[in-house]
Write a protein that binds this ligand. Structure first.
Ligand code: FE2
Ligand code: FE2
Length: 161
């Protein structure tokens, strides 16, 4: 049986992961319209990973006899024009999600809910990987600078994710 406060936070996290999925689909579509087809593909893959995270959390809530509450999702429309901006938005968002996961983990630990703590370890590691991969992409983008040829090459590399 899950503690009520923890269950509420887990539910909030399900909705944040679904929001992330929706956010990345929106960005993927916007990048497609900007003709960054590789990056568009990268964000589409990212969106389905976030959907899987939501599924993982819902499965865990059910496994522990909790009830899932889904909320309406609203995502702003983007005006960014560059890959750099797209990945900066992503890094900021992932850092925010990391802080939410850490709050959840801290609560599970405080409650001595060892099961939830072990379950959440996967998300702690996942956030570390996500931040690191986005950081690497941003470093590459910074090295590329204003070189259009390299930028297009970088974009096509993102197509193979
Ligand atoms: Fe996620
Ligand atoms: Fe993520």
């Amino acid at each position: 049986m899950l503690n009520e406060k923890l269950l509420n936070l887990l539910n909030q996290q399900v909705n944040k992961e679904l929001y992330s999925s929706y956010l990345y689909f929106t960005m993927s579509n916007h990048l497609h319209e900007l003709s960054f087809y590789g990056a568009s593909n990268w964000f589409k893959k990212q969106a389905s990973e976030e959907f899987e995270h939501a599924t993982k959390l819902m499965d865990y809530i059910h496994q522990e006899n909790g009830k899932v509450h889904l909320e309406a999702i609203k995502v702003e429309q983007f005006k960014f024009q560059t890959l750099k901006e797209a990945f900066e938005i992503t890094l900021k968002h992932e850092q925010y999600v990391t802080s939410l996961i850490h709050d959840l983990f801290a609560l599970a630990r405080e409650l001595k809910d060892y099961r939830s703590e072990v379950f959440l370890t996967w998300f702690v590691n996942e956030q570390s990987e996500e931040e690191s991969s986005v950081n690497t992409l941003l470093e590459k983008i910074n090295l590329i600078g204003d070189c259009k040829n390299l930028l297009l090459k970088f974009d096509s590399e993102l197509a193979s994710r």
